[in-house]
Design a protein around this ligand. Structure first.
Ligand code: PGA
Length: 256
């Protein structure tokens, strides 16, 4: 497996208060410290970012935003720019999450956001994934287009700062039993590297970091990491429970 291992915690719109976010973060911090060489990217609601950043002085946890605007500043009420995220300590930003796409974000919007983040030297966690699977394999065309458009204008050496997170929409927010099967994930991981190899080159594609997201829990993380050919996970609900989060880190970093 080429590419580095990584586990991303997407807290989405949780928890409700800064006090709860601090409490959760301390649990996450403990979980990371217990697993040798584990690295995690925590993406809390942006409102909590700078306060959580103050609680951590180490190197193994990085922080990320959950979305970004393509412009650096301007009259865009409610939006956050890449320089803003960077200035409060973010190193990463999730772009193209299916919940943002469901709110109207297009592949072209994603492309602009990717460019804006890379220009600000933020690393990108680029989410792609189909709504449903069909027998004709249309979902592959869909994923390919998501990748091709999002990465248009990205140079091969910039791919080091782009993590691809494959998140089939049908598998998000359910339980381990409903998630992707390792064999199917392996096929998609290969497919994503093939598309990257066509867009860039074979070497860059082999080195790329590819994650899986969608109902990853302690119950299924072992088989997915062992047989799915991915570098780690983008976690939603499991990242809100430090015990589950720690178990998943152990799967990725200790049991391979
Ligand atoms: P889930 O969410 O792990 O709760 O399925 C993943 C995501 O939406 O990023």
């Amino acid at each position: 497996m080429a590419g580095k291992h990584i586990v991303v915690a997407n807290w989405k719109m949780h928890p409700k208060t800064l006090a709860e976010a601090k409490h959760l973060f301390l649990g996450v911090k403990r979980a990371v410290s217990r697993v040798r060489s584990a690295e995690a990217v925590v993406c809390p609601p942006a409102a909590f970012l700078s306060e959580l950043r103050k609680l951590y002085a180490g190197k193994r946890i990085s922080f990320g935003g959950q979305d970004v605007h393509a412009e650096k500043s301007g009259s865009y009420t409610g939006s956050l720019s890449a320089p803003m995220l960077k200035s409060v300590g973010a190193k990463y930003v999730i772009i193209g999450h299916s919940e943002r796409r469901a709110a109207g974000e297009t592949n072209n919007d994603v492309q602009k956001k990717v460019r804006a983040a890379l220009d600000e030297r933020l690393a990108v966690i680029l989410c792609v994934g189909e709504q449903e699977r069909d027998h004709e394999g249309e979902y592959l065309t869909f994923i390919k287009e998501e990748l091709e458009v999002a990465l248009l204008g990205v140079a091969a050496d910039e791919l080091r700062r782009v993590v691809i997170a494959y998140e089939p929409i049908w598998a998000i927010g359910r339980s381990a039993a409903a998630a992707m099967k390792p064999h199917d994930l392996h096929q998609i991981a290969l497919f994503i590297r093939k598309v990257l190899s066509e867009c860039f080159n074979r070497e860059a594609a082999l080195k790329a970091t590819v994650l899986y997201g969608g109902s990853v829990e302690p119950e299924n993380c072992g088989v997915l990491i062992k047989n799915g050919d991915v570098n780690g996970f983008l976690l939603g609900h499991a990242s809100l429970d430090p015990t589950s989060f720690g178990d998943i880190l152990a799967c990725v970093y200790e049991k391979r």
